[in-house]
Design a protein around this ligand. Structure first.
Ligand SMILES: [Fe+2]
Ligand SMILES: [Fe+2]
Length: 258
């Protein structure tokens, strides 16, 4: 099947209107053969969920730093009070940027594997974004090392981000999902990516980690460009096929992370 034809009409029978009689029979059968719990969906599921929530442990723990050498007193103070949120969120960024790198690798494969690239955006820009995601991953790993943490440890927020991103990874890895559909998935990831950088920068500012703030701000400028570019491409590919943003039209950040 030509995956670029995914929006053409075909033998899709998923809607109930395709065969209303069969849909009514299915609903009647479900009523007859199953006994749904009493109460509305919200109450029933909420009660059950509350039960599980009360019984559950938290998602992991924040690993203690391997070294306190070079750690700023503001961060040390917070950690003495049991607040490990900066290490937790930095661990999340490491996980997210690693996933972002892999998502772009999959997007590049979607691009290369597409038979008709007529309305596609500039591949060199996609490759640039891939490179920047990787450099952000490295930047976050270095930052973790600098504050005495272990960049290979999976923090609770990293774990949560990984679970939440699993759908994106699954979609990009599905060979039936075409380039445009994959780009739309990347847009979801970039929206989250962008907001999470804001949070991390705010936390670093609160702690007075000024050198890190400066480096993170550069990454954020690049992330802003990722978001605005992917957003524009998604619009163009859906609304006005035939035009696309070229690499020369994309603003470059004032600095480049090595
Ligand atoms: Fe990113
Ligand atoms: Fe990004």
């Amino acid at each position: 099947m030509d995956t670029q034809k995914a929006t053409e009409f075909g033998m899709n029978r998923t809607g109930t209107k395709y065969n209303l009689d069969e849909a009514i029979k299915t609903a009647e059968g479900a009523k007859k053969l199953t006994s749904p719990p009493k109460g509305d969906g919200l109450t029933v599921f909420c009660d059950k969920r509350m039960e599980y929530i009360r019984e559950s442990d938290a998602v992991g723990t924040v690993p203690t730093p391997t070294s306190l050498k070079g750690m700023l007193s503001s961060l040390m103070e917070k950690m003495k009070k049991g607040d490990h949120s900066f290490i937790d969120k930095l661990g999340e960024r490491i996980a997210f940027e690693r996933t972002g790198t892999r998502l772009y690798e999959a997007l590049i494969a979607k691009y290369e594997g597409s038979a008709d690239k007529a309305n596609f955006p500039d591949l060199s820009v996609i490759k640039k974004f891939h490179h920047e995601e990787l450099s952000h991953f490295r930047l976050c790993c270095e930052a973790m090392e600098e504050i005495g943490g272990d960049p290979t440890a999976v923090t609770p927020s990293a774990d949560v981000a990984g679970v939440a991103a699993a759908g994106w990874v699954q979609a990009l890895g599905d060979p039936r999902i075409n380039f445009k559909q994959s780009l739309e998935v990347i847009l979801q990831a970039e929206l989250v990516d962008n907001d999470c950088w804001d949070v991390l920068i705010g936390m670093a500012e609160d702690l007075g980690l000024n050198t890190l703030v400066d480096k993170f701000e550069v990454a954020k400028i690049e992330e802003d460009i990722h978001l605005s570019t992917i957003r524009a491409w998604v619009k163009e590919m859906n609304l006005a096929p035939g035009t696309s943003i070229k690499s020369s039209e994309i603003n470059r950040p004032s600095q480049v992370i090595n």
